[in-house]
Design a protein around this ligand. Sequence first.
Ligand SMILES: [Zn+2]
Ligand SMILES: [Zn+2]
Length: 370
Amino acid sequence: MAVAEFDIPKTMKAWVLDDPDELSFVSKPVPDARLAEVLIRIDAVAICATDLEIISHGAPALIEGELPFNKNFTPGHEFMGTIVDLGPSVDEFAVGDRVAVEIHAGCGRCRRCREGMYTSCHNYGMNYGDHRKGHRANGYTTDGAFTEYAVNHVNTLVRVPDFMSDEEATLIVTAGTAVYGLDVLGGLVAGQSLAVTGAGPIGLLAVAVAKALGAEPVILTDIVEDRLEIGTRLGADLVVNATYESVHDTIFAATNGRGVDFVFECSGAPKAVDEAIKLVNRGGRVCLAAFASEPASVDVRHIVTNNIYLFGIRGEGQSAVRRAAALMAQKKFNASLIHTHTFPLKELPTGLRYAREKLDGAIKVVIKNH
Ligand SMILES: [Zn+2]
Ligand SMILES: [Zn+2]
């Protein structure tokens, strides 16, 4: 069998974060794959709301125990590419394989990592100086993907089928977050009702994953008509435009006056949590997946008297990305419906502006290297 050969340069172009909201395009050495790692040529990377947060405010990225500014740090984390070199002992993958990459490798040695909750690693950011506990999270605590090459541990890689475009493959990680959210809500969602509040990338793919897993009805709320329309195309049974309709009344009317079994909160709106707990029926479950900009006031009496469960999720634990990739490889839904714009690496700042200002209906903006 012919082995694909790649010319691996010594240096690569990379965006690095200087002061808040300032990036520069510099030259960096191409990293070496070490034990259990591969070197990946980055073919495409999707811009995430968390990238915008990191570039403006630093957190949740953490480099050498501090905010990531002026540390030669490259952000970007929702990427896919082609394996071009193997580190020692790697036989799980071959040179030439196309892969999508899970963000968090964790440290692999703490209790949470051992439980599969590597996005809640107790050694977050511990990968420098005397704190070398092996933690890795691309674009958070280690260099990310707004560049040409990256190294990754084999435990973060999932194969991309030949028929899937580079752009769609960047969305496997986003779909992984949706799978993880449904996981913490109880996993078996077939025949159960779900409201998804907020039609951003995670919310839209939560609709798609929930329908693929048999939830019914799946109700999507937002205030942007175009996004609700994509939700319908991804399988939502009912969409509610909160600008014109009462979300509460519409959802109760659609569920025999009881409310839904689950809410997946993806809007981060100021009153979203209090509204979400009032959309579920007694004993219902609410998963929070969005960053709210400010602390929220919540009706705790309602939570307690109705035995409501509240969960927060970070990223994509428990191999959720692998399961999301399986659903997409089986064509259970078309994630590329949320991909709206593409820019080359050197135009990253333009791509970031489209994502931040939602210009021209932007949902997922993808940076494409080839
Ligand atoms: Zn992300
Ligand atoms: Zn850990």
